[in-house]
Design a protein around this ligand. Sequence first.
Ligand code: G6P
Length: 358
Amino acid sequence: ESVTKGSHDHYMRKEIHEQSNALRECLRDRFSTGDSVSLDAIEDGYRPESVHLVACGTSYHAALYGAKLLRKRGIQAQAHLASEYALSPPPVRDGALVVGVTQSGETADTLSALRTATAEGARTLALTNVVDSTAARECDDALYIRSGPEISVAATKTFASQLVTLVLFALQSSGQTSDETERLVSALTELPEHVQRLLETTAAPTTARRFADSSGYFFIGRGVQYPVALEGALKMKEITYEHAEGFAAGELKHGPLALVTEDTPVFVSVVGDDETARKTVANAKEVKARGAPLVAVTDGVSSIDRFADEVLTIPRTNRTLAPILVNVQYQLLAYHTADHLGRDIDKPRNLAKSVTVE
Ligand code: G6P
């Protein structure tokens, strides 16, 4: 089936706008009864003792998010850069599962890490977009993210679908049910609509134009917002060719703060108003005090709107899912900055959609 850009100037823009439908597809028929998750790829009742997630690039950021979720649900979990995994693989004990997070299912580094894991005796799972890809065929099981084809080199809709699939995987693997689980499942069903609303109301094009001639871009986030700070920066550097870095908000003061000037906007995501949010707000104030323009991506609950130079709003949702909405704003920022700079958005220089050499 051939895929066209439709009315969009670039595949990337089209794929950003396909996210709410991709998420609907990702969530379709995943709940057996009420809030109990059922993933065809994994037998009901299977509980891994520990999980290693191996991945590269954008998929590695999804893996970092997945590991946080699994740990929160009592499962030992770590994300590993696939290219580093084989050099010092963690011990594979009984009940260990190694998950390859890979959109294409063809990334050489990820396949190699999965082969190492198999040789060490681990059970393996491919979390992928491509049916019958090498990862899907070689792993014991395959869990599909169902995003549909992604043409633009920079991953967008597949990242959102990876995160949602990892939420489902964490729910099924832990088998826990609680009020928290119920709230999360109900928020998942609303997520496609929230993405749609965000796409219709975003101010990202204006913010992107305002800062398009900056000398660098920094992204900070804490907890589940940290992987999307890394991803926001990766998207920005991939398609704008400008310098961008993502940091854990708490790490800023341990070095990166020296890079901050009035010519380096800092993007911070703050959701809710709990202790994590308040600490992030304090970190954002430090940035502002050093003269950097501050852009807050927020649901409007904390005090960050009061002193940020610009605010990009996301709909209110469960805190675990908010990074998906924050990331849509970051994708749009990168896209509109690159468009303003006249970059080759769908095929950035030196990059490939799928890297089949180690
Ligand atoms: C390449 C792409 C990235 C992607 C990475 C991993 O470097 O340019 O966008 O995140 O490969 O790809 P995968 O297919 O394994 O998710």
